[in-house]
Design a binder for this molecule. Structure first.
Ligand SMILES: [Zn+2]
Length: 153
C-alpha cells in the first residue's frame, strides 16, 4: 500500500455528507446498554412483536415475517465460547495479539466479540461474561469502548 495524498489525514477530514464513518463502525450504543446506576452492562436483543423472533443485532424488517415492530430485550450476560481465534495480524487501530470469539447465549444467539484476557487462554465451551472495554483505537489514538466478553467469575 502506498501512502498517497488521497490517503492522508487532511484529506480524510473533509467530510462530505455521511459516507465516511469508519471510527464508529464497532461502537454501537443501540447494541449495548451501560446503565448509569452502575448495574452491569447488557446487550440489547430485539424481539419481533409479530412472530417473536429474537435477533442481535437488530434486523429490520424481521427476516422471518417482515415485521417492523420490535421490543428490546436485555440479553443474558453469560454465554459459552463456541469458537475462538487469536489474531496476530494488525488492523487499523488494533494492536495484535487479541482474541476474537463467537459466544453462544442461552437465547440461542451467537455473538461475535472480542475477548478480554490472555491470548491462548480461552477454550471452546468455556463460560464467559459480558464486559465493556476498549475494542480498538480511533484515528486519534483514543480507545473506542464497546462490548467484550471475559472469563466468567
Ligand atoms: Zn417476525
Amino acid at each position: 500500500m502506498s501512502d498517497s495524498k488521497s490517503n492522508d489525514k487532511s484529506s480524510k477530514k473533509k467530510k462530505n455528507g455521511k459516507e465516511k464513518e469508519p471510527d464508529i463502525t464497532f461502537y454501537h450504543p443501540d447494541l449495548l446498554e451501560v446503565p448509569e446506576d452502575g448495574s452491569p452492562p447488557y446487550l440489547k436483543g430485539y424481539k419481533c412483536k409479530k412472530c417473536g423472533q429474537l435477533d442481535f443485532p437488530k434486523l429490520s424488517p424481521c427476516p422471518n415475517c417482515w415485521g417492523e415492530e420490535f421490543e428490546m430485550v436485555p440479553l443474558s450476560r453469560k454465554g459459552t465460547v463456541y469458537s475462538v481465534t487469536d489474531i496476530m495480524v494488525p488492523a487499523p487501530g488494533m494492536k495484535p495479539p487479541y482474541v476474537i470469539a463467537y459466544v453462544d447465549l442461552p437465547e440461542n444467539l451467537r455473538i461475535l466479540a472480542q475477548l478480554e484476557g490472555e491470548v491462548g487462554s480461552f477454550k471452546c465451551n468455556e463460560e464467559v461474561e459480558l464486559t465493556v472495554g476498549p475494542i480498538r483505537l480511533n484515528d486519534d489514538g483514543l480507545p473506542i469502548m464497546s462490548y467484550k466478553f471475559k472469563k466468567a467469575s
